[in-house]
Design a protein around this ligand. Structure first.
Ligand code: ADP
Length: 334
């Protein structure tokens, strides 16, 4: 219990020597003390994060390193514990994470807003179908004698259209509601198809032709479905906007997936827009960098942090011919 410990915890040496540290400091352990002791006996050392209470009731988070000491017969006799105060670092990290989550949320809501017109159209179609088939169903039932076969077919179409409209709403809601990220086993091709469903009309409206080259043997990935779709949507919308602004033809967006030969899946979104200025490529990923009059410049920066949090990489290249390609990798589900 050196002077550093006295300063950090507010207890002086005389008051604590002979006491039990974890009782005094109300230690919160990341695992049980039994497990820590077992590890100490096995490996001779243990490292982890602990939460302590100081004398005046403040919480401190410490990076703790324990090492087991032996007597000359090799019997364990004592533990040396070294604690580094990382409270501020932890708070800064948490604040950063929260800020990133909030920004990512606004980015998703903004995306949903940009897609609103197309989505309304996506939903309107099945809804018209429901009305048409509902009327047809009533007519078949009113016939004398009622034509149950036809009525059943019409009702089946109502269920199909209703389900489709519900799916679109569910997808857009998932995107716009703040959700705690969860990592699951994800079929990237399927996630891409869902995004295409949402952005399809936007592409049509902008006269963008979409091609997909999705590997049939694509390995599943480990990731947060909504966040990965958010990345895809950002990249797709950026491509669509770049092509729209340049006025160049043809407007073609190609989405490719493949196993990268290692332990990752590689996704590429390629456009035929104006391409990228090689000197600006890294700047593009910085927060608030935008060349659009109404842009926020957060899209790529958020995409990059999402991909990095997944343990992957996101980068961009200018194509040989026309346009830009954005690539990202995500670890395969093991
Ligand atoms: P925003 O879309 O709000 O501008 P982003 O971070 O998504 O924010 O993009 C930052 C900038 O990167 C864009 O303003 C644009 O200049 C450039 N950019 C992004 N995607 C492309 C692309 N596919 N082709 C050309 N430039 C792009």
């Amino acid at each position: 219990w050196n002077s550093g410990a006295e300063a950090m915890y507010g207890h002086n040496r005389e008051a604590v020597v002979g006491g039990v540290p974890f009782q005094l400091l109300k230690t919160v352990f990341p695992v049980s003390l039994d497990e820590i002791n077992a590890e100490l006996l096995r490996a001779g050392r243990w490292e982890g994060e602990l939460t302590h209470k100081t004398r005046d009731g403040k919480q401190v988070v410490v990076a703790s390193r324990w090492s087991l000491q032996h007597d000359n017969k090799g019997r364990p006799v004592s533990i040396i514990e070294v604690n580094n105060d990382i409270t501020e670092r932890k708070q800064a990290q948490e604040f950063l994470q929260q800020t990133q989550a909030t920004l990512a949320h606004y980015n998703r809501v903004t995306l949903a807003g940009e897609l609103a017109a197309s989505i309304a159209h996506e939903i309107n179609q099945p809804l018209s179908g429901v009305v048409i088939n509902g009327n047809a169903c009533l007519r078949w039932l009113a016939a004398i004698p009622p034509n149950l076969e036809e009525a059943r077919d019409a009702a089946t179409r109502i269920v199909r259209d209703g389900t489709r409209a519900g799916d679109v709403v569910a997808r857009i809601r998932a995107l716009a509601t703040r959700s705690v990220p969860t990592k699951d086993r994800i079929d990237m091709n399927e996630a891409i198809r869902d995004v295409i469903d949402l952005a399809g009309d936007e592409m049509k409206k902008n006269h963008v032709r979409l091609r997909t080259k999705l590997a049939v043997d694509l390995a599943p990935v480990l990731g947060d479905r909504i966040q990965l779709q958010q990345v895809l949507l950002n990249l797709i919308m950026n491509g669509v906007e770049a092509m729209g602004a340049s006025g160049k033809q043809p407007r073609e967006l190609i989405i490719t997936t493949q196993n990268d030969g290692g332990d990752k899946v590689l996704v590429a979104v390629q456009d035929s827009g104006p391409g990228l200025n090689p000197e600006k490529i890294e700047e593009m990923f910085a927060a608030f960098y935008t060349t659009k009059p109404t842009g926020m410049g957060m899209g790529l920066s958020i995409c990059r942090s999402i991909i990095q949090n997944h343990g992957g990489r996101l980068w961009a290249v200018s194509n040989e011919g026309q346009g830009a390609t954005f690539h990202f990798t995500v670890p395969q589900y093991q």
